[in-house]
Design a protein around this ligand. Structure first.
Ligand SMILES: [Zn+2]
Ligand SMILES: [Zn+2]
Length: 331
């Protein structure tokens, strides 16, 4: 009995030492799905759109805001995600199912830096040099733009007034190892739409988060592979929601065989038949990424559906404690 008590006390001591070690350990690497139209978390609301909290490389990044501010608020609360603590936000593209929830975020975190794609006369605001249009000096001043004296830079407004938006024109490394890939869609219906994807270079390879992949998932992966040809994980929407089987097969094969992507965690506009095709192609390297899932992104990524994003380290501590307690009971 005495030795059992001692063992338990020793186990607790070891847990505290481990907990202390955990506090000094590297920051977590995980992606938490906050907005999604499929999932099994009953405390969250499913809705069409995408938002994910990306915690990698010591940074906390909100990637998109979903469609509805109230649903984003509810889902973030359900997962215990504090959106007042962010390093920056990425608004991937102008579609409402990715930016519609922004007003909630702006309300709780008005000064946070927001990266968004630069599109001429786009909703995120833009500018052009005063030299961009042709001049005709033979016209009277009242027929000329700005009376013939345009400003050096012509600034155009934003649908997100007051937001600290920095528009991104071309693929840019915004922090060490963290790159925003900027590509333009050529697809009918979204021609000229510019979209940002988030590429994070990690010791295990590149982690790529895509929103809707309007420029084409293959084009985005090809661009990401220029940064690091070893793609470790792709999460997000692949925009194959209405694609036919041959097109789906082609992409599943390219991701698996050509780009040799380690893990895949598709969501949003990827499409139900594409979920099935990718699951078949990737087997146990297909990670379920429904609403509320936390993807632990390390050497061996795994999906956890029920852990809270902000306190999974204490869950880890609890597991360590239980394991040590079990060992002490057995000895
Ligand atoms: Zn879209
Ligand atoms: Zn979308």
């Amino acid at each position: 009995m005495r030795s059992t008590c001692f063992s338990v006390l020793a186990a607790l001591g070891a847990t505290w030492i481990l907990a202390g070690y955990a506090a000094a350990a590297p920051a977590p690497a995980r992606i938490t799905v906050l907005y999604e139209a499929f999932g099994k978390n009953a405390t969250m609301t499913k809705d069409w759109g995408y938002a994910a909290l990306v915690e990698i490389g010591g940074k906390r990044i909100l990637f998109d805001t979903g469609d509805d501010p109230g649903i984003l608020a509810k889902n973030a609360k359900a997962k215990g995600v504090d959106l007042t603590r962010l390093d920056f936000v990425v608004l991937s593209h102008r579609h409402s199912d990715h930016v519609g929830g922004f007003s909630f975020l702006h309300g709780v975190n008005p000064k946070v830096k927001v990266y968004a794609p630069k599109e001429n006369f786009g909703v995120f605001g833009s500018d052009l040099p005063g030299t961009f249009y042709r001049k005709d000096e033979s016209l009277p001043a009242e027929m000329r733009y700005y009376g013939g004296m345009p400003p050096e830079t012509m600034k155009f407004g934003t649908a997100f007034p007051g937001a600290n938006i920095q528009v991104i024109d071309k693929t840019t490394e915004v922090a060490s190892g963290i790159t925003l890939i900027a590509l333009v869609s050529d697809a009918p219906g979204t021609k000229e739409l510019k979209e940002l994807s988030l590429a994070i270079d990690t010791p295990d390879g590149e982690v790529l988060v895509v929103a809707c992949a309007h420029p084409g998932i293959e084009a985005i992966v090809a661009e990401a592979a220029k940064i690091n040809p070893h793609i470790h994980l792709i999460a997000g929407g692949f925009h194959l929601v209405v694609a036919q089987d041959p097109a789906i097969e082609k992409i599943a094969t390219a991701l698996h065989d050509k780009y040799k992507v380690d893990y895949i965690a598709p969501g949003h506009c990827t499409g139900e038949p594409t979920f099935a095709a990718l699951q078949k192609a990737f087997g146990d390297r297909y990670l379920y990424a429904g609403l509320g899932t936390t993807l632990n992104v390390g050497a061996n990524p795994r999906a956890e559906s029920d852990s809270k994003a902000s306190n999974s380290s204490s869950d880890d501590d609890l597991r360590t404690y239980r394991a040590l307690l079990a060992q002490s009971d057995g000895s």
